[in-house]
Design a protein around this ligand. Structure first.
Ligand code: HEM
Length: 447
């Protein structure tokens, strides 16, 4: 084999006397989570710095946390630390404030509304394909980020690529880079305003972001409806006729910008990686494209007929879930599966662990889109497969992301076949999302 994936198995978990499993998570988060679940079971007590924690790895227990008892939990400390950039947006807020924001934002993600963005997605894919050359080598993760960044810029605030979207992308990246380092270190225990290395740069990036986003809001307010997500957010009103304040719109724009492009780019990058290693899957995929589209560009009306591509995307999200873990914190004493959980306990839930659990998936490490063909999704327990989370906090962009991934694959795979550059070692970088470490080098072959 000329392309090797960094192996993550065989770890045994050791807890540091002061820091608990944090050093083990920092060294190998995926291996540690897997080992904790294997060694300590579906309800596994761990310590995270000074906090008691539980890794919950059975679908029924996860359902208790995310659905039945969801009001007993808030987002975890790590997610709340993202507020330093995202403010109180959908991803980072809790309770009544979150409920109001979700109600206000939901119409922007209505199926018909999202379908209107399909043309933007296909157009962007066509443009990117137009810059590709036969035989060219590229980092497919960079290419997919470029593509989804352009799409989020257009659908969120009608910005053209090369302009505001890229500028915001860079500033968000800078600010997040700082926060991720901080979240993964004991600094996470200190309040946001205590400076740690890189704080000055972080503050500058955030100030820059605020300037750009507030300007965009002011422009939109002046110009009226522009048929984008920002316009929808500005028009939204609650039952009392109250719209969002500029500060709330700023927080949601930042949240959607962040949550709305990197995850989908990662999903596509891993999909290309898997397709390149499974020529028989790639052949079936291109045969379906030829049969359904016959060389023309896809539209949302084609999605129900592109079933095999749907299974390829589902299987890729199973093996490489871009959101590979989620966290909550108990706001009161409660029980999970009959086990006592004290107020303040951190609950960890990992898609990576569940999606590769042999109790629910036969031959779990194998990439087999066919497994989804005979109604597996309906037979599985609700939380054996949950790339978009679940319950009231389920990803608001679920439909957007699945449509985007399918349309982009359908557009690009009709024109190009992507092959892995031999000799590289593909690593996994499980920070907040499951990025390919150092990218994935691929060769573009015109069909
Ligand atoms: C493959 C792509 C994506 C994946 C795997 C993904 C995954 C997730 C997951 C697992 C959650 C739940 C987190 C939790 O409960 O702690 C979430 C929440 C969220 N996602 Fe996504 N997401 C994707 C794409 C998108 C897109 C395209 C958007 C927006 C355009 C988006 C916006 C959001 C927002 C705003 C939330 C917070 C929802 C709430 O709490 O009300 N996501 N996402």
């Amino acid at each position: 084999m000329t392309v090797t994936e960094v192996a993550r198995s065989g770890t045994t978990v050791t807890e540091h006397p002061l820091l608990g499993i944090m050093p083990a998570l920092a060294a190998d988060a995926l291996g540690t989570m897997t080992a904790v679940a294997r060694e300590r079971g579906d309800f596994a007590r761990v310590r995270l710095f000074t906090y008691p924690g539980v890794l919950v790895s059975h679908p029924d227990l996860i359902e208790e946390v995310l659905i039945a008892q969801n009001r007993g939990f808030v987002k975890s400390l790590a997610t709340r630390r993202l507020r330093a950039v995202l403010g109180s947006g959908l991803l980072t807020s809790d309770g009544d404030f979150w409920r109001r924001q979700r109600r206000l934002a939901q119409p922007a993600f209505h199926r018909d509304r999202i379908a209107a963005y399909a043309a933007v997605m296909v157009d962007a894919a066509e443009r990117v394909a137009g810059t590709w050359r036969d035989g060219q080598q590229c980092d497919v993760h960079d290419e997919m980020m470029r593509l989804t960044l352009e799409i989020v810029g257009k659908t969120l605030f009608s910005a053209n690529v090369g302009g505001a979207a890229q500028e915001i992308g860079r500033a968000v990246d800078d600010a997040l880079h700082f926060l991720i380092r901080r979240i993964n270190s004991p600094w996470v225990l200190l309040p946001d305003w205590v400076p740690s290395p890189g704080y000055g740069r972080f503050i500058r990036a955030r100030r820059h972001l605020d300037r750009v986003v507030y300007q965009m809001i002011a422009d939109h307010r002046r110009q009226g409806d522009r048929d984008d997500l920002l316009s929808m957010l500005l028009q939204a009103q609650d039952e009392d006729g109250q719209p969002m304040s500029d500060r709330q719109v700023r927080d949601e724009v930042m949240t959607l910008f962040l949550a709305g492009h990197e995850t989908t780019a990662i999903a596509l990058s891993w999909t290309w990686y898997l397709l390149a290693q499974h020529p028989e899957v790639e052949r079936r995929l291109t045969a379906e494209l030829a049969e359904v589209l016959g060389g023309r560009l896809p539209t949302p009306a084609d999605l129900p007929s592109l079933t095999y591509i749907g299974h390829v995307v589902a299987e890729s999200l199973r093996l490489y879930p871009p959101a590979w873990s989620m966290g909550r914190q108990a706001t009161r004493n409660l029980e999970i599966g009959g086990q006592p959980v004290r107020k303040g306990t951190v609950i960890l839930i990992s898609q990576w662990v569940l999606h590769r659990d042999a109790r629910f998936f036969q031959d779990p490490e194998a990439f087999r889109p066919e497994r989804w063909e005979d109604g597996l999704a309906q037979r599985l327990p609700r939380f054996a497969y949950f790339p978009f989370g679940g319950g009231p906090r389920q990803c608001i962009g679920n439909g957007f992301a699945l449509m985007e991934a399918t349309l982009l694959l359908a557009t690009l795979a009709q024109r190009y076949r992507l092959a892995l550059v031999p000799g590289q070692s593909i690593g996994l970088d499980p920070t907040i999302t499951l990025r390919p470490r150092g990218g994935i080098q691929m060769l573009l072959h015109l069909r």
